[in-house]
Design a protein around this ligand. Structure first.
Ligand code: PMV
Length: 357
């Protein structure tokens, strides 16, 4: 598979006057079945994962390029030079030059911004890396003079840059990680699930409640690595595989009770795994638990199929069908906003994936 994309890469000399600009936006995504734990030494998952592609939490990336005699990268984030991001991206691209040999003849000026505040505690690696990969593949497409971008390849490159970024490439929902439960699934890239899901999931809401806007206390790189010695790792990978099979059925049938059970259990497991890692971490805050408990009461009282999930941090994602949006958003404003930093929450919804701006 990798060799295939190396062969497909643009290998020729670029025309002397090759220059121009491209701009792409790409969204973040929220995992319903979580990816937590990598196969040894590779950016490959220990278990399959399934996610909603988001709509409002996006990165917009503009890249200006011109022919040069060596690879150059100048990176600006939200209008300012950012040496930290620049160095990380440069090292990543240099290490993966076999996939993008044309970069050796090009100077890139990258301008990237997020549509969500960067102090919101929301990791932007999925949106930013997928947006950058779309730009690079678009530049390569221009060099080749061909139409269209191979989305599977975009997903593959996004995965190399930041695992879960590979799921941001597709509209509505994606699955990443080889499983017998889904034909065509792969550890190397994500594939779309849009055609396999009941209408209710195509407009699902995800309101992100910002409990803390501090930088993550544990990076996902460290978190994945902790799974290598976690005593419950193999039970976790088995459970995640089973949850993916169950969730795929539920996504077809639209059984929301079962959806809620799987999604909440996945969030709890992710946090439980961190609590029993060595060293151990508590990623929730008291307000995370207050929100979850208040949500449980609301669900019991109203019978509205609203549930939560968590990323590897304290912020709470409240998930609900479009038909209940008004009631749930009123509940968030009345009962949950008080637990958020400066009352801050981001209303988001299932979206359409990357697009050219
Ligand atoms: O893609 P990474 O390495 O940032 O890991 C993402 C891990 C979780 O967000 C916790 C779960 C997931 O599947 O997105």
């Amino acid at each position: 598979m990798n060799e295939h994309w190396i062969k497909e890469a643009y290998q020729d000399a670029l025309p002397e006057d090759f220059h121009g600009g491209v701009k792409w936006q790409s969204p973040s995504n929220i995992a319903l079945v979580k990816y937590w734990g990598k196969q040894k030494g590779l950016q490959l998952p220990q278990n399959p994962s399934v996610s909603f592609t988001l709509k409002n939490c996006r990165t917009e990336t503009a890249v200006f390029f011109e022919k040069s005699d060596h690879f150059g990268l100048h990176f600006r984030f939200e209008g300012k030079e950012n040496a930290d991001f620049q160095d990380k991206i440069k090292v990543f691209l240099e290490n993966n030059m076999e996939y993008f040999p044309f970069l050796n003849q090009i100077d890139l000026h990258v301008n990237s911004r997020n549509t969500f505040p960067h102090s919101s505690g929301i990791a932007s690696s999925a949106s930013s890396m997928s947006a950058l990969m779309m730009c690079l593949l678009d530049i390569e497409r221009m060099a080749k003079g061909t139409d269209g971008i191979n989305m599977r390849k975009a997903s593959f490159f996004s995965r190399l840059a930041s695992g879960s970024a590979c799921r941001s490439i597709y509209p509505k929902m994606a699955i990443w990680g080889a499983t017998e439960a889904y034909n065509g699934s792969s550890d190397e890239y994500a594939v779309p699930l849009e055609d396999e899901i009941a209408p209710v999931f195509k407009s699902y809401h995800d309101s992100i409640l910002i409990v803390s806007d501090a930088k993550k206390s544990v990076s996902s790189r460290v978190g994945h690595a902790l799974m290598d010695a976690n005593p419950y790792a193999s039970a976790r990978y088995d459970t995640a595989k089973k949850n993916v099979s169950k969730l795929l059925k539920v996504l077809k049938s639209g059984d929301l009770d079962c959806f809620i059970r799987i999604v909440e259990s996945e969030a709890m497991q992710l946090h439980a795994l961190m609590m029993c890692s060595e060293p151990s971490f508590i990623l929730m805050k008291p307000n995370t638990l207050r929100i979850i408990n208040t949500l449980f009461e609301f669900r019991k009282e109203t019978d509205i199929p609203v549930c939560f999930t968590l990323d590897a941090g304290p912020n709470v994602h409240i998930l609900y069908p479009d038909q209940h949006a008004e009631m749930v958003e009123r509940f968030i404003m009345d009962e949950l906003e008080r637990y958020c930093v400066d009352g801050h929450w981001i209303p988001d919804q299932v979206g359409e994936g990357p697009s050219k701006c």
